[in-house]
Design a protein around this ligand. Sequence first.
Ligand code: GLA
Length: 440
Amino acid sequence: MSIARTVNPPSSGTGERGLGPGPGLGPTVQAAERAFVDHFGRAPQWLAAAPGRVNLIGEHTDYNGGFVLPMAIDRYAIVAAGVAVDGGGGGSGSPSAGAPGGAPGGEGTEWQPRIRVYSTALETTVDLPLGPALCPGEPTWANYVRGVVSGFQRRGLAPPSLDVAIVSDVPLGGGLSSSAALEVATATMLEAATGGTLDDREKARLCRQAEHEFAGVPCGLMDQLASVLGDEAGALLIDCQFEVVRLVPFADPNVSVLICNTNIKHALADGAYSRRRGECAEAARQLGVPTLRDATPEMVDAARGIFDPVVRRRARHVVTENVRTLAAAQHLEARDFGSVGALMYESHRSLRDDFEVSCPELDVLVDIASEIGVPGGVFGSRMTGGGFGGCTVTLVRTRHVAAVAERLAIEYHRRTRCNLTHFVSRPARGAHIIDPTEAS
Ligand code: GLA
């Protein structure tokens, strides 16, 4: 299987600010507000925030109706927006005053309702016409916004013409759901701009549909639900079949969640992700169950004869991961971090050997973490997110976290010649509107 992989340069300004709790939302919100003011010449009416997530355990189970245990992280996509100053009506020659990018369509041409989006990361502005049937297109980064707008339109919530500025400190392409954060922040802003309120699950589903139809990634619902429902008190145990979410509190100052970025960029849209989905669906079909949620490790074992070995390994990962995830949630709640850590290592091995979505750099990081082990303050470690690069998540005793991170960075570079970036995150609050007066 050939997987396109690119090595990101070590990041600066991508939210990987080192150890200790992050600076919180403030600086990112202020950056978004400033970007809006600089670009559109007035203050935004709405500031919407949505976090990325790190998945503690339960990988590639969401689209199989299984269990996941993500935690929203204190890295956010912020969408600053205001109604276009011409009021958003159509008609000829009614440009959006104050926009340095110039009037859509140029002087004297028919002006269409549109959403003008400025990305600070790319320093690019794009106009998305608000036609009746939005389609994915260029530039591709704007497809997340197009997709969410389209979801609102389909639900009869037509947005007015808007100016929008986007700032995010969720590392891009690191398996921390930077795209879900952008989708959910956009949806949260559109709720305010249209006056429509979506049920939390419906909002997550709308954003997942945007990812499916406009970004071409047939993902499950974990990332979007975690971004909508994130809670500062802990992780979320999500039953993906029934979309039932339970808070698993684990606020313990002695334990830190360390996120390490291999800086190998994953590419879920390259087909590997959807192939895994297909293999899981095939396994369920052969087992005679609607989804792998309804299968057990014993069933997969007993069906040895009928399975293609690859399909069988995929199924084995999913059914054992479901068991691990439920057990990990119990141990987390009981503050039995040693047992959570052991399950994290098992999960990594299963993802590496049975599901085959790890990569050498992720394996090296998990190996180093396990070499440090409990005596050095590490409870457990695993890859997190879709795989093929991105990040590991490591549960570390807080007083060891600086030493652990340093050893990981040095050893990672020695063994791979790649640079590691890392940060610690607390569980974070899910998507919300920020009062602009609070931001400044
Ligand atoms: C990506 C997808 C999620 C989930 C994970 C793997 O993050 O967006 O829906 O499938 O991969 O657990």
